[in-house]
Design a protein around this ligand. Structure first.
Ligand code: ADP
Ligand code: ZN
Length: 724
C-alpha cells in the first residue's frame, strides 16, 4: 500500500517524499486504525487523507466546515487529475445529481461534505449502500467546545461510528492543546485512535517584532521588501483598516480593505481580488482569514498587538503555507496592552483572569529578548531543539542587547521605588531622563537621586526599556492608570541576582533569513517573474486561483531547473502527470524563450547541498539519473581535472560545474577537496564551520571576511560532510 501511495504522490502531485508525520498518518488509514493528526498550518494535512483515498478501493468521505475550503481542495485535486467532488448547499439539484451519478459509477475517489449534509437521513442511507474507503474529518477541533471554533453541527458526527461501525475515521486539526485532542477522540467515539502530534514550529516563518513608531513608514518598509507579492495587514480596529488602506493606496500600493463593517458584496469582491492576485495586499481586521487557503501569502503584518499568542499564531500562520519563507512582522506598543486590558474589564472574573494571563503572554513575546520561535513553542508546551533558528529578528542579529543591561534595569527599578510605585511608564521615563516638565518640578521629583540617571538616552528609549521590563515580568502595571510596581522578580534584579535583557533598537539592515537564502538558491528571479505572469494568465482563463495552478515552490523549482523537455519538467517539485500534460508545453515555451535571451543555461540539476536537513520539504527533487553533461563531468572529476577545464569540456557554467562536483563528492564520499580547493582554504572552512555551523553558506562566507568564494565553501562543506 505505501508503495502505491508513493507512486500516487509522484504521479498526481509531483512530490517525491513525505512531510513529517504524513507517512505515519497514511499508514494509520491503510491499516484501518482511527487516528487524530495534529499538524500546524502548512504541515500538509490534506495529503494525509487524499493520497490514501486515491489508492484505496471505494470512496473516501471528507467532512469539512466551510464551502470555500471544500471548493479549494476539490479544485486543487481536479487540477492534479484526481477524481474528487463536493456537495454543498450552493449547488443546484442537477449538479448534485451528477455527483450522485459519479458515485454510482464508482469512479469517484473523494467526496467533500458538510457535516449536516453527511448526516441527513436520505444521504446516510445512500452512503450505507456505497463502498466507503474511510472517513476524514477536517478541522476536527470544531467538535470540541474547548477549541476556538466550536460548531454544533460537528457534534452530530459522534453518531458516525454507530452508523458506519467498520469504517476508519481520521481526524485532522491544527489546534495544539491536549484538552481539545482528547475531546475530539471522545466526541467522535474513536476506537483506540493513534495520536500523531507534529511540531508546532513553522521554520519558514521569519518573525520580527518592533515597537510601533510611525507605523505607516514601518509598514511600507515591509511592503517594499515584497514588491508584487501577496500579503495581509491586520489592524485591531475597523477605522484603522480604512485609514491604513487609504494611505497606502495614495502612496501607490496595491491594496484592498476587509472588515465586518463593509457590505457583503464589497468584502467578497476584495477577497476575490486578493486571492486572484489582482491586488497584492489585503488590509483587514481579524474577520479576514478563516477559510482562506491561499498558499503563497509572503508576509503578514500586525499593526497592533493581538490579545493572545494563540491569536497571533493563527493569524501569522496564514503566511507561507507552501513551506517557502514568509515574513511575520508585529508592531506593538504599550498602549495596545492598555486597550485590551480595558476591553476585558467587564468580563466575568474567571474569564478575565485567563484573558489577562494570555495577554501578558503575548506581551512578553513582544518585549522579551529570546528567540521568537522558541518563545512561541514554549508557550504551546514544546521546545525548539536548536539554539539559533535563523529565522527571527533575535537570531538574525537584527536586535542587540545594550551593554550593562543590569545596571540600567537597576536604575529604572530604583526610580520606580523612589516614586513610591505610584506613577506610570511615561512619567517614570521623564524622571529618569531628567525632564524639566512642570509636573515633575512641582512634585519635587527633580530632587530624587534617580532624576536624570538615564539622561544620555531619549525618553522614548527609556520608555521602551520599561515596557521590556514589564514584558519580562520584572515590573507590573497595576490599576486603571497602569501604575508601575516592582514585581517579585524585579527585587532580585535590584539585589543583582538576575539580569534582564534590554534591547538596543539597532539600526541594522534587514537580514535575509536562512530559509529565504535556501529557497531562492539557484532560482533565476527574472524567469520566476515571467512564469508568475504565465500562471496568472492560466488562472484567469481557467477561473481558478493562481496557487492551484502552480504553487510558488513549483515556480521557483522551474526557474531553478529551467527544463527544456517535458521529461525534465516532470522532475519539478509540484508537477505531476496531469499538470505536465495540461501546461507542460506552455511553460517550456516561456523557458525556451527566456533562457537563451538571458544567456541562462537550461536543464540545470537542482541544488540540494544548501538546504539544511530540517528543511527537507523545500528540497528540490534530485534528478533520478545523471544527465549526459553531468556524467561526463563526473568522469573528468575522476581524472582530477580542474573546475575550469571540466566546465569547458561539458559546456556548462562554472557554477553548474561546481554543483556537479559537489554531487560527485557526495556520491564518491570524497573527504579531501584537493585539487579543487587547497589545504589552507579547507582548513579555514573547517574552522568556520566549527564556529558558526554549516547550515548557512552566507554565515560562513561572512565569517571568512568574504575572502573565500561560495564555490570553494560548497566544495569544502561537501567534503566535510563525508568526514563525519
Ligand atoms: P495544511 O492543511 O496542514 O495547512 P496543506 O495540506 O494545505 O497543509 O499543505 C501545505 C503545503 O504543503 C501545500 O502547498 C502542499 O502542496 C504542500 N505539501 C503537502 N505535502 C507535501 C509533500 N509531501 N511534499 C511537498 N509538498 C507538500
Ligand atoms: Zn530565533
Amino acid at each position: 500500500m505505501m508503495e502505491n501511495i508513493r507512486e500516487a504522490l509522484v504521479k498526481y502531485w509531483g512530490y517525491d517524499g513525505f512531510l513529517p508525520l504524513q507517512k505515519q498518518a497514511m499508514e494509520c488509514i491503510s491499516r484501518l486504525q482511527d487516528s487524530i493528526v495534529v499538524l500546524p498550518t502548512g504541515g500538509g494535512k490534506s495529503l494525509c487523507f487524499q493520497a490514501p483515498a486515491v489508492t484505496m478501493p471505494g470512496l473516501a468521505v471528507v467532512v469539512s466546515p466551510l464551502i470555500s475550503l471544500m471548493k479549494d481542495q476539490v479544485d486543487a485535486l481536479t487540477e492534479c487529475g484526481v477524481s474528487a467532488m463536493r456537495i454543498d448547499s450552493s449547488m443546484s439539484v442537477s449538479e448534485r445529481d451528477s455527483v450522485i451519478a459519479r458515485i454510482n459509477e464508482q469512479t469517484l475517489k473523494l467526496l467533500y461534505l458538510s457535516p449536516e449534509r453527511f448526516l441527513s437521513d436520505g444521504f446516510v442511507d445512500f452512503l450505507k449502500k456505497t463502498k466507503l474507503s474511510f472517513i476524514a474529518v477536517d478541522e476536527a477541533h470544531c467538535v470540541s467546545m474547548w477549541g476556538h471554533d466550536f460548531r454544533p453541527e460537528y457534534r452530530q458526527l459522534g453518531s458516525l461510528k454507530q452508523i458506519f461501525p467498520d469504517i476508519t475515521i481520521a481526524a485532522y486539526t491544527a489546534t495544539a492543546t491536549e484538552h481539545v485532542r482528547n475531546d475530539i477522540a471522545e466526541q467522535l467515539r474513536l476506537k483506540n485512535p493513534q495520536m500523531l502530534i507534529g511540531s508546532f514550529d513553522r521554520p519558514n516563518l521569519v518573525y520580527k517584532v518592533r515597537p510601533r513608531k510611525m507605523i505607516l513608514k514601518q509598514v511600507c518598509a515591509v511592503l517594499d521588501r515584497h514588491k508584487g507579492e501577496s500579503g495581509i495587514i491586520y489592524c485591531i480596529r475597523r477605522k484603522d483598516v480604512d485609514s491604513v488602506c487609504a494611505k497606502l493606496a495614495t502612496k501607490g500600493y496595491s491594496v484592498a480593505a476587509y472588515h465586518a463593517g463593509m457590505t457583503n458584496e464589497d468584502r467578497k469582491k476584495n477577497q476575490e481580488q486578493f486571492i486572484n492576485e489582482k491586488v497584492d495586499t489585503i488590509v483587514a481586521t481579524i474577520a479576514f482569514g478563516m477559510g482562506i487557503d491561499k498558499s503563497n501569502v509572503r508576509y503578514v503584518i500586525h499593526t497592533g498587538m493581538p490579545k493572545s499568542l494563540e491569536h497571533y499564531q493563527q493569524e501569522s500562520g496564514r503566511a507561507g503555507r507552501d513551506g517557502l519563507e514568509a515574513e511575520c512582522c508585529l508592531f506593538y506598543s504599550g498602549g495596545d496592552y492598555g486597550i485590551w486590558k480595558s476591553l476585558m474589564r467587564d468580563m466575568p472574573a474567571e474569564a478575565q483572569k485567563i484573558a489577562m494571563i494570555k495577554l501578558s503572554g503575548i506581551y512578553s513575546y513582544c518585549t522579551g529578548g529570546v528567540c521568537r520561535h522558541k518563545a512561541i513553542l514554549r508557550y504551546f508546551g514544546q521546545d525548539l531543539d536548536k539554539d539559533n533558528c535563523g529565522a527571527c529578528d533575535m537570531c538574525l542579529g537584527e536586535l542587540d542587547c545594550i551593554d550593562g543591561s543590569l545596571v540600567t534595569a537597576q536604575k529604572i527599578l530604583s526610580c520606580i521605588v523612589r516614586l513610591d510605585q505610584r506613577f506610570g511608564g511615561n512619567y517614570t521615563a521623564s524622571v529618569l531622563t531628567g525632564s524639566e516638565e512642570k509636573r515633575i518640578i512641582e512634585n519635587n521629583h527633580d530632587k530624587l537621586s534617580t532624576y536624570g540617571l538615564l539622561g544620555d538616552y531619549s525618553k522614548h528609549t527609556v520608555h521602551d526599556w520599561i515596557e521590556q521590563l514589564v514584558g519580562q515580568d520584572y515590573v507590573e502595571k497595576t490599576g486603571e492608570y497602569n501604575v508601575l510596581n516592582v514585581a517579585e522578580k524585579g527585587w532580585d534584579v535590584l539585589k543583582g541576582k538576575e539580569t534582564p535583557r534590554l534591547l538596543k533598537p539597532a539600526q541594522k539592515e534587514v537580514k535575509v533569513s536562512r530559509v529565504a537564502a535556501d529557497s531562492w538558491d539557484g532560482v533565476d528571479k527574472g524567469l520566476f517573474e515571467a512564469l508568475r505572469k504565465l500562471r496568472a494568465t492560466i488562472a484567469g482563463k481557467r477561473r481558478i486561483p493562481t496557487y492551484i495552478v502552480f504553487s510558488d515552490a513549483a515556480l521557483r523549482d522551474m526557474a531553478r531547473r529551467r527544463p527544456s523537455t517535458l521529461e525534465g519538467f516532470l522532475e519539478v517539485k509540484g508537477v505531476g502527470e496531469e499538470k505536465c500534460r495540461q501546461y507542460g508545453e506552455t511553460v517550456l515555451a516561456v523557458i525556451k524563450d527566456y533562457c537563451p535571451a538571458n544567456s541562462l543555461e537550461m536543464d540545470v540539476g537542482a541544488n540540494p547541498e544548501t538546504v539544511s536537513d530540517e528543511l527537507q520539504i523545500n528540497k528540490p527533487k534530485t534528478p533520478s539519473r545523471p544527465s549526459k553533461a553531468r556524467q561526463l563531468a563526473f568522469d573528468l572529476f575522476e581524472q582530477k581535472l580542474s573546475i575550469e577545464e571540466v566546465a569547458k569540456s561539458v559546456n556548462r557554467a562554472e557554477s553548474t560545474t561546481t554543483q556537479y562536483l559537489v554531487e560527485y563528492i557526495k556520491r564518491e564520499k570524497i573527504n579531501n577537496p584537493y585539487p579543487w580547493a587547497n589545504e589552507q582554504t579547507f582548513g579555514r572552512i573547517i574552522d568556520a564551520v566549527k564556529q558558526v555551523g554549516s547550515d548557512r553558506m552566507k554565515t560562513i562566507f561572512d565569517f571568512l571576511d568574504s575572502e573565500i568564494d561560495y564555490n570553494q565553501i560548497r566544495i569544502g562543506i561537501a567534503c566535510l560532510r563525508n568526514k563525519a
